[in-house]
Design a protein around this ligand. Structure first.
Ligand code: PEP
Ligand code: MN
Length: 258
């Protein structure tokens, strides 16, 4: 179990829904998202400030300004922040402004970032590299813990397979396997796995049914105009319905939602 704050832990039996846009695009966008999370009883706001984009010609994030917006909105609504650290140089800033530091799929085996993550005092959410085995994933987590930080949450976010109907393939079996083998909390990211919004609810339900301690899911006030990952983002006004669907699977398994 990893404590995020005095009132929220990941891996305590409850399902944590971490939601928000792919990228912080501006103050209004992130504030609207934070307000919706609060209204719907969620407690962890996601949003990227430093963005690892496949193409260098697309939006790369607002950087430090984005971090400050996330923090301001989270403070206003009493939320926690999860955001990605993209490099050793910015991990200190990310750690200072956030409550959970995310290490992205593309950096899962970037050992200097893992070592730097091991020196932070914030919980680390480590995403599985989309070309990596579970053994490699677990060893990457040990690179973090070997430097003194054992507050680690593992995230299955889809792996590359021969099938390109979806952006990646969510490896559902990884969820129980990682839990068995590591004892760490395990969450799933259905958004980056699917790459398309119409599958995100199904994959989220399946992840919870498979025992995930939470989900990290992209919601945007206006997905059509999103500066990144609009295709896979759910519209913010569908959040209440989404939560109630997640709640029914959680309840069926004797669990609750954070
Ligand atoms: C993200 O969650 O913002 C992200 C970039 O995901 P991934 O590292 O899994 O591609
Ligand atoms: Mn994204």
């Amino acid at each position: 179990m990893v404590d995020i704050g005095s009132d929220v832990s990941i891996g305590d039996g409850k399902v944590v829904i971490m939601a928000g846009p792919c990228s912080v695009e501006g103050y209004d966008q992130i504030r609207n998202t934070g307000a919706a999370l609060k209204e719907n009883g969620l407690c962890i706001l996601r949003g990227g400030a430093f963005k690892p984009r496949t193409s260098p010609h697309t939006f790369q994030g607002l950087g430090l300004d984005g971090l400050k917006m996330l923090r301001a909105v989270a403070n206003e609504f009493g939320l926690y922040v999860i955001t990605e650290a993209l490099s050793v140089e910015n991990i200190r800033d990310v750690s200072e402004y956030s409550d959970i530091v995310q290490i992205g799929s593309r950096n899962m085996q970037h050992y200097p970032i893992l070592w730097a993550a091991g020196e932070q005092d914030k919980p680390i959410l480590l995403k599985r590299g989309f070309m990596n085995t579970l053994d490699e994933f677990l060893l990457a987590a040990e690179h973090i813990s070997s430097r003194g930080n054992s507050k680690i949450i593992l995230c299955e976010r889809g792996i590359r397979t021969f099938d390109n109907t979806t952006r990646f393939t969510l490896d559902i079996s990884a969820i129980p396997l990682l839990k068995q083998r590591s004892g760490l909390p395990v969450v799933a990211d259905p958004s980056h796995a699917a790459g398309r919004a119409d599958l995100v609810t199904s994959l989220s339900l399946a992840s919870i049914a498979a025992g995930a301690d939470g989900i990290l899911v992209e919601f945007h006030p206006n997905p059509q105009n999103a500066l990144s990952d609009g295709n896979q983002s759910l519209p913010l006004d569908t959040l209440p319905k989404f939560i109630s669907q997640m709640r029914s699977v959680a309840f069926a398994l004797g669990r609750n939602i954070h």
